[in-house]
Design a binder for this molecule. Structure first.
Ligand SMILES: [Zn+2]
Length: 346
């Protein structure tokens, strides 16, 4: 499986490592080792310096995902995502205004199986559909939303909060038309994207999600797509609009560090049957060996010297606030998509 990789010279150091991989959503690579997982919580320079380390730490795990078999341009690594948000270390910023979201249901185009996740596309030319306020200097247009989920309920979210992970995570991806002429260019540019992240936990059915869950059987295989009809994604946002924000990257290739992340504190509830519907999708195309689409999340990345700001006071500043009571997240140390229910799991 190493045949797909071209590796440039460079130290095993996230801030300076440049390497290229040809990527597609293909068959999974060899499973990662326990050794490779160590680097997910710290820069590679602290533990391994050999070429083998470069392969393990910077390619297979923890930077990548077993499904990434193609060419990836990873320019650096000082602000990669996702991260483990530590509430006590986040900085309350009273200057952060509320985030304003206004979406046009009519701009919803279709839902498709990308071969890695389930994605709902919107007309990116629709000016009125997007977000502003919060940490954003400009209005950002909605381009698409998608989900990441696990094989089981203990893990599946990309971000974690105080080492807690959730069964799934929603990402609403927006781009900045004030700085870039198109989404394609915004993906690679400074302040090009703003992504809202919402954790999913099990509970009551989310009626708004059922419209999507109902069409998933029609996109079971890779590259399948189907019209979804009008859909307003604001119904997928939690009632509480408190959030964390930090500068990060895409969590899928090209992993560009162009993202202002806005991670909602409050999860939304979905029924177990709704989450199970996502697990019936396949990574594979028709005619290929069937592989369940599960654990399509990237491992946690080092925070390094970044600051996570919050729009609300941390628990130590507001003793009455006990968000643990509304969280059903599972405490998992470095969930890795390749173990033990990796993409090979059926
Ligand atoms: Zn995502």
């Amino acid at each position: 499986m190493l045949r797909a990789m071209t590796l440039a010279k460079g130290p095993c150091k996230p801030s300076r490592t440049h390497f290229l991989l040809t990527w597609t959503w293909g068959a999974p690579l060899a499973p990662a080792t326990g050794r490779a997982r160590q680097c997910s919580q710290q820069p590679c320079t602290q533990s391994h310096r050999s070429n083998t380390c470069l392969l393990l730490c910077c390619w297979m795990q923890p930077s990548g995902h077993p499904r990434w078999t193609g060419q990836v341009s990873l320019p650096g690594g000082t602000r990669q995502s996702p991260i483990n948000i530590r509430r006590r270390d986040s900085v309350y910023d009273p200057q952060l205004p509320p985030l304003r979201a206004s979406y046009s249901a009519a701009s919803c185009q279709h839902v498709w199986n990308t071969g890695y996740l389930c994605q709902v596309e919107f007309d990116e030319a629709s000016e009125g559909s997007g977000i502003s306020g919060g940490p954003l200097e400009n209005h950002y247009r909605l381009k698409q939303f998608h989900f990441h989920w696990g094989a089981g309920d203990a893990r599946g979210s990309e971000h974690a909060v105080d080492d807690l992970t959730f069964p799934a995570e929603l990402h609403l991806v927006h781009w900045n038309p004030s700085r870039y002429p198109s989404y394609r260019e915004a993906v690679l540019g400074e302040k090009g994207l703003a992504v809202i992240a919402v954790f999913l936990q099990l509970g009551a059915p989310l009626q708004a999600l059922q419209q999507l869950a109902d069409v998933l059987p029609e996109i079971k295989h890779k590259d399948a797509q189907v019209a979804l009809g009008p859909f307003d994604p604001s119904c997928l946002l939690p009632a509480c609009r408190d959030y964390w924000t930090y500068a990060g990257s895409l969590t899928t290739p090209p992993l560009s560090e162009s993202v202002t992340w806005i991670v909602h504190k409050q999860p939304i509830e979905v029924a177990p049957s709704q989450l199970s519907a996502f697990r019936t999708l396949l990574f594979s195309a028709p005619g290929e060996e069937e592989e369940a689409m599960v654990n399509n999340y990237r491992p946690l990345q080092p925070l390094m010297d970044r600051e996570v700001r919050s729009s609300f006071r941390a628990p130590t500043q507001s003793p009455r606030e006990r968000p643990e009571q509304m969280w059903q997240g599972r405490r998992v140390l470095q969930a890795s998509p390749s173990e033990p229910h990796g993409p090979r799991a059926k």
